[in-house]
Design a protein around this ligand. Structure first.
Ligand code: ZN
Length: 342
């Protein structure tokens, strides 16, 4: 449940945040002319950028009209553009601060100060911590299942959702890995990977929410529930990556999948007699409060800690409680199944 919540929030938020590519910062004529000039001269005020050296600035097609532009040159030009944007943004923000004007977004993002080339160091660190927390949760789940709880004669666990949670762990680890990469370097490729991983996790969490809350244990029934959702999520990811990165449509899909699992878990937590249902509630309420951070979306404090990073911070304890619920569920169902056997 927690995971659905925070995954939901995560995806919904990313979707919402990235839906606005044009921002007040890049519409500012001073910034725009700075970037334009930088791309021509390779310098912003006294800082000259190695990414914008002469080979990158000269027209690569000069005298060789039919030769395709080498990839490394395209990369260099692209790199020059992002460097120019970054340094022009810093200058513009410095000037704005002198006039006591609040920070504004540039190309959909707040002005962050890089650390060792990492764009959003706080979000990267927190994504890594989320990743570590999921790994710890999953590992302790494995230890509980295979070393602490009784096993069936063929050494398989009694808990009938074990395999589903293992897959969930993989999706979660994958998603936080790409989140860390994306916050390190915002590029088309890293954005696609981050989006796709988050959508996959969100879609899978929805399937898991349905299977667990409706207590679907028969393999054929599980396949019947999962197949249409898997097909839909796969199609959606392929559509975004190969046809059109439609932020508006993606937001609707994310909101639908998120709200659906949120409702499922809430209703289930309300009616079940599960001994650890309070953990579900905690995650739901905690996730809901954390979501306010994303809606409030304040600029980075001192260029580092923004609302999105803080939101990633709140998912760390929620992840801990979430895996704790999963482990409780494994114990609870195992003892129930053993009672039946006796
Ligand atoms: Zn993020």
């Amino acid at each position: 449940m927690v995971d659905r919540y925070y995954v939901t929030f995560f995806v919904v938020l990313t979707c919402i945040l990235r839906a606005f590519d044009a921002s007040p910062g890049d519409a500012d004529p001073v910034y725009a002319s700075c970037v334009k000039q930088c791309k021509q001269t390779g310098c912003v005020k006294k800082v000259c950028l190695p990414q914008c050296n002469s080979s990158a600035n000269s027209n690569p097609l000069d005298g060789q009209l039919y030769k395709p532009e080498p990839v490394y040159l395209r990369w260099k030009q692209w790199d020059c553009q992002s460097e120019c944007r970054y340094h022009c943004m810093l200058n513009r923000e410095k000037l704005r601060a002198e006039y006591e004007l609040p920070p504004v977004k540039y190309h959909g993002k707040w002005p962050f100060t890089r650390v060792y080339g990492i764009q959003e160091p706080a979000s990267v660190v927190l994504s890594v911590l989320n990743l570590a927390m999921h790994f710890q949760g999953w590992l302790s789940f494995v230890i509980l299942l295979y070393y602490k709880l009784p096993l069936r004669p063929l050494k398989s666990p009694y808990y009938d959702y074990a395999a589903l949670w293992h897959i969930y762990g993989l999706f979660a680890l994958n998603s936080w890995f790409w989140s860390a990469i994306f916050h390190s370097r915002d590029m088309d490729l890293t954005e696609r990977l981050d989006y796709s991983s988050a959508i996959a996790l969100l879609g899978y969490s929805l399937i898991l929410a349905i299977l667990r809350s409706f207590n679907v244990r028969v393999e054929a029934a599980r396949v019947m529930v999962a197949a249409p959702l898997l097909a839909f999520v796969t199609t959606h990811i392929l559509y975004l990556n190969n046809y059109e990165m439609n932020y508006g449509w993606n937001m609707k899909v994310c909101v639908f999948m998120g709200v659906a699992q949120l409702l499922i878990w809430s209703v289930w937590a309300g009616i079940t007699h599960h001994p650890s249902r309070w953990k579900l509630w905690f995650v739901v309420v905690g996730g809901g409060l954390a979501m306010l951070l994303e809606i409030y979306d304040f600029p980075p404090y001192k260029g580092f800690l923004d609302a999105h990073a803080l939101w990633h911070a709140t998912t760390i304890p929620l992840t801990y409680i979430w895996w704790s619920f999963i482990k409780d569920d494994a114990e609870f169902r195992t003892s129930k199944l053993l009672d039946k056997v006796k």
